[in-house]
Design a protein around this ligand. Sequence first.
Ligand code: SF4
Length: 313
Amino acid sequence: MLDPANGCNLGCASCANTSNKDFAARVLNAWPAGVMKGNTYSRIIDDNGPWAWVGHFYNNSEPYLNKNTHAFIKRAAQFRVRTSTSSNMSIPKLDVDAIVASGLDELQIAIDGVTQKVYEKYRRGGDVSLVFENVRRLVEAKRARNSSTPFIRWHYLTFQHNVHELDAAMAKARELGIDMFFVVTPIDVSADDPTVIAEAHPRAWECTHLTPIQPAVMNTDISPVAEDIERAFTEQYAERYVADDVAANGTANHCDWLYMATIFDAYGRVFPCCIGDTKGHARFQFGSVNGNNEAVLNSREYLAARSFVHGIP
Ligand code: SF4
């Protein structure tokens, strides 16, 4: 999982990019704004591409603030990594053709209302007409290329102020040609804005398919990375995953994330999970691909965390 950018054009309540400066100062550890550079991404993908099977090109930010995100995703697809990202889609001049051409498998879009007044109560700074226009253009671009990807999944976060627009949103999703509609119960964000109250709707976690399900097709040319993949297969599984095996064989304390996933921010800093860097929980940084640490996935901090949770590094 990586953030192509640190930052967002919106400022939703309780997000790392909240526009509520008082809340941010009280709760969040500041992180540097900026976009991931090509050499930082190369260090990440060259090391992890042969082993990774899923790549999430988002975490705490808006990925399409970085114009190189399309190229990053394309490169990951060459390693047969299944790619997904998440966007607020409230971006002027969004290059929808490049999104389709990148080979992105899945795009989550976050829209919590169909009228501007309702939508912007949580999506601060967003423009719902621009969002719908971008989605319409994206679906058109998929049709023009006869592409079933990216699979588009609308995430609707339910709050007290927007549940009355849920049916209208589903109708809008059908009209736009979106593939799936997903009803999500958000976390409590009232510490940032007491008037934005999360609500668990009876249809919470309901996924509705709106278009025929397509078989997964891998049609990218992997020849440019074939040698890297072959070399990776010559390494021993046991040497790489012995600690994971022990953990899977009966240790009560268990955290898969310390073995199965790694999170990078736009500066190549490494974090053990997607939880935000909040005050009161210590700092989470476990290393950096731009530092001296060659084996970043076995950094001193990673080994210490695995020892703490599983009793072995
Ligand atoms: S759109 Fe997403 S990343 Fe941007 S401020 Fe809102 S929750 Fe955060």
